[in-house]
Write a protein that binds this ligand. Structure first.
Ligand SMILES: Cc1cc2nc3c(=O)[nH]c(=O)nc-3n(C[C@H](O)[C@H](O)[C@H](O)COP(=O)(O)OP(=O)(O)OC[C@H]3O[C@@H](n4cnc5c(N)ncnc54)[C@H](O)[C@@H]3O)c2cc1C
Length: 398
């Protein structure tokens, strides 16, 4: 990296690439332990705040937001869901999450999580550079790994640190800094995608409905009293503009069946979301640790992505503290983080893959495959043990 003038160089304990949930939560929890951090983020705050993504928070994620005392509005403005509904060919079964395993999930959109985290980091007077370009990372095997970037004003800048967190999302640049001979990429793709809409309508159901029918999958979720989130299964190459509004609602209604009447309204956003599962092993290399989607992605069916970003951070922060107390002793604490985080990541990968396979129709499904999945649905929903298995995983395990 070419040298830059001293006023454009910051020196901190931890440099963080990515100002999403993993990056900001890491920065805040580090600051709480007296460890200085600086964040670089390529998007603007407005861009992140208006991107619609996750909605379901596990109980542990909510606890992290509350315990970090960041002034999150999750308890006052989020909605506790003590149950969720699974539907097969119109037949609905409620999984009582709280009664089965003593935990609920919370509906609190990722945009709000981001708003809370960004405000908390600002209150900490934490260093953050929004809308950066040309991020690069160097010196991972040295004592001062460095982030280089061009800031919003076009200045060439550096952040010198003792450690870098790569929290730069599913297309992570940091991940690719782990040499090929060290890194293993585990990857699988699914032969379907989700067509997601936001529409101006009241909630169709007070709890989420995950539905399957011969027409495939649909999900009824919520956002607020006046805006709702819904998805249905589509082919990966689908152009969202090819679908008329009525055709979208008719498809979702067919999957739901007559048990629930869909509340329709103007569609204000539409996207097609490809389905992939990915894990990078290990999550650390030299003085780099990956957190969140940078290290792993899951299909959204199990609602695990944002939650895994938080559990990564929970596992990582104490190990960073341990590492920084005696950096000369080596990177063993960081390697311990990788092992702890990956154990949970693989559990979540399994649940996400399983729930996705249960609730979606594959293009090559025959009548046997469909009836077999009906048997699996009955096994899960038809006994307290089956319902508890689903509830335990969905709410984030004990
Ligand atoms: C439609 C949809 C629905 C979802 N639903 C759920 C759900 O219900 N529950 C759930 O738990 N998860 C869900 N997820 C997944 C969840 O949104 C992600 O897992 C979560 O955002 C991961 O957080 P992160 O901080 O690791 O990554 P991100 O949120 O992707 O943040 C990474 C940040 O790094 C920045 N960045 C990237 N490269 C650079 C660079 N070179 N320099 C600087 N900055 C960079 C990006 O701009 C980004 O802001 C959903 C995802 C989608 C798309």
């Amino acid at each position: 990296m070419p040298a830059v003038s001293p006023e454009n160089v910051s020196t901190v304990d931890v440099g963080i690439v990515g100002g999403g949930p993993a990056g900001l939560m890491s920065a805040i929890l580090l600051a709480r332990r007296g460890i200085s951090a600086a964040v670089v983020e390529q998007r603007s705050q407005d861009e992140i705040r208006t991107t619609h993504r996750a909605g379901i928070l596990e109980a542990g994620t909510v606890n992290m937001l509350v315990e970090a005392e960041i002034g999150s509005r999750v308890l006052s403005e989020g909605h506790e869901h003590t149950g969720t509904i699974l539907s097969f060919e119109g037949e609905q079964v409620r999984i009582p999450l709280k009664d089965s395993v003593g935990r609920s999930v919370w509906l609190y959109p990722q945009n709000e999580v981001f708003t809370d985290l960004a405000a908390a980091w600002q209150r900490e007077d934490g260093e953050i550079h929004w809308s950066v370009r040309e991020t690069s990372v160097s010196g991972l095997e040295s004592a001062t790994p460095t982030i280089g970037f061009t800031d919003e004003q076009g200045r060439d800048r550096r952040i010198r640190a003792k450690l870098i967190i790569g929290a730069d999302g599913s297309r992570s640049m940091c991940r690719r800094l782990i040499p090929d001979e060290v890194r293993t990429d585990y990857f699988t793709e699914y032969p379907y995608a989700w067509f997601g809409i936001l529409c101006q309508a009241p909630p169709t159901s007070p709890e989420l409905i995950y539905a399957n029918s011969p027409d495939g999958f649909a999900l009824i979720s919520q956002r607020s009293a006046t805006v709702q989130r819904m998805y249905f299964q589509c082919e990966p190459g689908t152009d969202p503009e090819d679908w008329e509004d009525d055709a979208i609602f008719d498809r979702i209604q067919r999957v739901l069946g007559p048990a629930t009447e869909l509340k329709r309204g103007p569609i204000i956003s539409r996207t097609v979301l490809p389905f992939r599962s990915y894990v990078c092993e290990p999550l650390t290399y030299g003085r780099l640790a990956l957190a969140g989607d940078a290290g792993h992605t899951v299909p959204p069916t199990g609602a695990k992505g944002l939650n895994l970003a938080f559990t990564d951070v929970k596992a990582l922060i104490p190990r960073i503290e341990e590492f920084l107390a005696a950096p000369e002793s080596g990177t063993a604490p960081l390697e311990k983080y990788s092992k702890t985080a990956l154990d949970r990541v693989w559990k979540a990968q399994n649940f996400s893959y399983w729930a996705t396979s249960l609730m979606h129709n594959r293009p090559d499904d025959d009548a046997f495959a469909y009836r077999r999945r009906r048997g699996e649905f009955d096994a899960i929903t038809g006994s307290p043990q089956g319902r508890a298995y689903f509830a335990d995983a969905y709410t984030g395990w004990a």
